[in-house]
Write a protein that binds this ligand. Structure first.
Ligand SMILES: Nc1ncnc2c1ncn2[C@@H]1O[C@H](COP(=O)(O)OP(=O)(O)OP(=O)(O)O)[C@@H](O)[C@H]1O
Length: 300
């Protein structure tokens, strides 16, 4: 099976600061992967390593079976749109298309132009005068025109209003279907990720907290609610991800290895948002329990 992302003990240090550590991921092709985590978690670092713009200081990474940016053909297989959807302000949409044709061996001008037409954009308009949403759509059309096997977006919708975000994500899903490409998309907007992603990576404090197909993650995680202390002696096949107690009531988020024991038949599944928050909370707790100099290091 070809993996879109195959990492083993991957890490990146900037000087003494460990931005990403011990990252091992095995993700099959064809997935729309949501990368989520708080500010400074290491998302852009992982995307930089995936696109080949950042070199690892530890471990290994293979993207679509090859070293990132290994050669021209590998570069052509990956479309990367960095944060703030960079385009050339002084160039028109048509000029961007011409540039795309010059720079990309697999360029599909018809596809890129069709996307621009569907959006109702004026091809002679300069990119500098487009709205944030239109600029994001132009960046997506250019990335899709490469006909890549993997599309990578670093927070493409962060600055967009809800309508523009909806339009962008709709276009993204259409492009993915047309190209049969894999996608990695980082975002703080869990609701958006829940809508479009079928695989999630939760990153916090430079470490992967959890990674898996969304359906599988949802099926394995439960919320248990009981009176304080009622969950003493949980069976070992239930791993506690989060434990919240208010003195009277105790709420656990647990991951079950197999079927949930009958005594927990009333347990509820979690929404994707609650699941992500539970793993982020777990990372916070493990940082809070570190010696002070580690805490500072982790958030630097
Ligand atoms: N070029 C660099 N030099 C030094 N430190 C860096 C560099 N790039 C990133 N870092 C640090 O590495 C850590 C991870 O940064 P990264 O940009 O990967 O996080 P992120 O999850 O993408 O954050 P955000 O959501 O705020 O964009 C941060 O502490 C950041 O300050």
């Amino acid at each position: 099976m070809t993996l879109v992302l195959d990492t083993e003990g991957l890490g990146k240090r900037y000087g003494r600061h460990q931005a990403l550590a011990d990252c091992t991921l095995k993700i099959p092709t064809g997935r729309v992967i949501g990368l989520v985590g708080p500010n400074g978690a290491g998302k852009s670092t992982l995307l930089g390593l995936t696109s080949g713009l950042v070199k690892p200081t530890e471990g290994t990474i293979r993207v679509l079976g090859e070293a990132p940016a290994a050669d021209a053909s590998q570069l052509a297989r990956v479309g990367f749109v960095a944060q703030d959807t960079p385009v050339y302000a002084g160039l028109s949409i048509t000029e961007h298309m011409r540039l795309g044709a010059k720079l990309n061996p697999r360029w599909d001008g018809a596809l890129a132009e069709r996307r621009i037409r569907q959006l109702g954009l004026n091809p002679s308009q300069k990119a500098g005068s487009l709205s944030g949403g239109q600029r994001a759509q132009l960046a997506l059309a250019l990335a899709a025109g490469k006909r890549p096997d993997l599309l990578i977006f670093d927070e493409p919708v962060a600055a967009l209003d809800p309508l523009a975000r909806h339009g962008f994500l709709q276009s993204l899903m259409e492009s993915v279907a047309e190209l049969s490409a894999s996608v990695i998309l980082s975002s703080h907007l869990l609701e958006d990720l829940e809508r479009v992603c079928d695989h999630l990576i939760v990153l916090s404090a430079g470490r992967v907290q959890v990674s898996g197909d969304v359906d599988d993650l949802v099926a394995k995680h439960y919320r248990l609610i009981g009176s304080h202390g009622s969950f003493a002696g949980l069976p070992p096949e239930l791993e506690v991800i989060r434990d919240e107690s208010n003195g009277h009531q105790q709420t656990l988020v647990v991951r079950a290895q197999g079927a949930l024991p009958y005594s927990f038949k009333d347990a509820q599944h979690l929404s994707v948002e609650d699941l992500v928050l539970a793993y982020m909370g777990r990372a916070d707790r493990s940082i809070a329990s570190m010696p002070a100099h580690h805490t500072v290091e982790a958030f630097r």
